[in-house]
Ligand binder design. Structure first.
Ligand SMILES: [Zn+2]
Length: 182
């Protein structure tokens, strides 16, 4: 850990989201935005105390996050179109490998926080930026969503199926966590 740049002295900034809840929760986004969720009337001093108690965890997670590789969609329209086509082609190539798992529809779209999703109707959405990832990680994302066509949860059965199709799914999942949708 680098301590000489004064990073340790900087205070932690955060946003507070109040609602009718009894407990406090901390949410640290991959882009290092920290959110505190708490009850409607909890005093600020309690929030500060809570942050203080969790400070070493927050610092450690923030440092891990800062080592992430950002994956960013291009700004130019024609580059965006090209990326959309590339991601679609790659996703379709993966889907074709599993003819017993057929989504009702495949949609490539920009999503800020997710690499992919699957709806109850079998519509699979893949993040536009997935086409920028190493192929084995795009494959992991697509196969993960294909498995949701069978199990609409993250149960043991789901993971069993996923690992049948991709024996190193856990390794790929870990690798994927090094990338940040920017
Ligand atoms: Zn899932």
């Amino acid at each position: 850990m680098v301590q000489s740049d004064g990073w340790q002295e900087r205070s932690i900034s955060y946003t507070v989201v109040r609602s009718r809840r009894k407990t406090m929760a901390l949410i640290l986004r991959p882009d290092n935005q920290l959110e505190v969720r708490c009850g409607l009337t909890l005093p600020q001093v309690e929030i500060e105390r809570f942050i203080g108690e969790k400070e070493s965890w927050i610092r450690r997670k923030m440092l891990e996050n800062s080592r992430l590789t950002p994956v960013q969609a291009p700004h130019e329209q024609n580059q965006l179109t090209a990326l959309r086509q590339l991601t679609q082609q790659k996703a379709l190539a993966v889907i074709e490998k599993y003819p017993h798992l057929v989504p009702s529809q495949l949609v490539i779209r920009r999503q800020r926080r997710r690499w992919g999703s699957c709806s109850k109707s079998g519509l699979i959405s893949i993040n536009l930026c997935a086409g920028l990832l190493p192929d084995e990680l795009l494959e992991y994302i697509v196969v993960h969503e294909l498995c949701h066509l069978v199990y609409f949860d993250h149960s043991a059965r789901f993971h069993h199926l996923l690992e049948q199709l991709l024996p190193d799914a856990q390794v790929r999942k870990k690798d994927l966590q090094r990338y940040l949708i920017a």
